[in-house]
Design a protein. Structure first.
Length: 295
């Protein structure tokens, strides 16, 4: 009976033994591994190691090599969790998270293209400011419905952070004086930042408001009063009428405010219609003269 020693292989019965693969072929390709394994299954150490290996391979490849794009795509995919981590800082902006992640991915790609592994800096340390800067630029230039000064934009980051901290501390939404005291800034600046923070989203006039019984903003807006333009004219006429004698003022009131005819006025005042017509003509001329003089 033969004894098989450790490390030796017995031939397979009835079939030829398969030849062993070279050692180079048995090595795991980190590029293939990054595509086959889901991002959530890798630890932070695995991602850092994979990122380092991929950057080493990227440095060895000449520009324009087909494999270079594959390595670059693997770097992007491996570091997407870093983009999602950066995007969570902006969850209070009421912007779809996937949109923020897409913008942050642009910053990640820029960081990959500019990163120099020989400087001894970890890639996440280098890439995070670039990703955050790209997201902030997106909110500054594309999301706001109103232009907000840069000073308020930068101060809003501090105010929103203080609001979260004070909410956790007090168990309620903080008041303006509390935020100002926490940041040691004037209350007016806090109020300006809060107003600037609301400039991210514009409400449609036709959108229904739940707290208003389903009415749209457009349904609750005032309408244009057709008599509004006559307010100044009425005030001017009132000023001119008080300067008329009692009888002439009464004729004007009966004719233009009570809407009586000249015949009815003559009956009311006990005078001829012709006399009423002459008085009206003279009064109107006097009022027009006074109107021009006032102008």
């Amino acid at each position: 009976m033969s004894v098989q020693t450790q490390g030796s292989s017995a031939p397979k019965t009835g079939e030829e033994a398969a030849p062993e693969e070279p050692a180079e072929a048995q090595q795991v390709d980190p590029l293939v591994e990054s595509r086959e394994r889901a991002p959530g299954t890798r630890s932070s150490v695995d991602v850092r190691t994979l990122t380092r290996v991929l950057f080493e391979r990227l440095a060895e490849l000449p520009p324009g090599a087909p494999e270079r794009e594959r390595v670059r795509a693997a770097l992007i995919e491996a570091n997407i969790p870093l983009v999602r981590y950066a995007a969570t800082r902006f969850r209070s902006r009421n912007e779809p998270m996937e949109d923020v992640v897409q913008v942050g991915t642009i910053g990640l790609i820029n960081a990959i293209d500019r990163f120099d592994p020989t400087r001894g800096v970890q890639f996440p340390t280098y890439a995070l400011p670039t990703i955050l800067g790209e997201i902030k630029r997106y909110f500054r230039d594309n999301v706001r419905t109103m232009h907000v000064p840069r000073r308020l934009q930068e101060l809003w980051v501090q105010v929103s952070g203080a609001m979260e901290e004070l909410t956790i501390t007090h168990g309620r939404s903080p008041k303006v004086p509390e935020i100002a005291a926490n940041l040691r800034i004037p209350e007016e600046d806090v109020r300006a930042c809060l107003a600037a923070g609301r400039a991210y989203n514009a409400a449609s006039l036709e959108a229904a408001q739940e707290h208003e019984g389903g009415l749209a903003l457009l349904d609750r807006l005032g309408y244009e009063d057709s008599a509004l333009a006559d307010v100044e004219h009425r005030d001017m006429v009132r000023h001119l009428l008080v300067q008329l004698p009692e009888r002439e003022r009464r004729i004007i009131m009966l004719r233009f405010f009570a809407n009586l005819t000249q015949s009815q006025i003559s009956t009311e005042l006990g005078m001829s219609q012709m006399h009423v017509s002459r008085l009206l003509s003279r009064i109107l001329t006097r009022l027009r003269t006074g109107n021009h003089w006032e102008e």
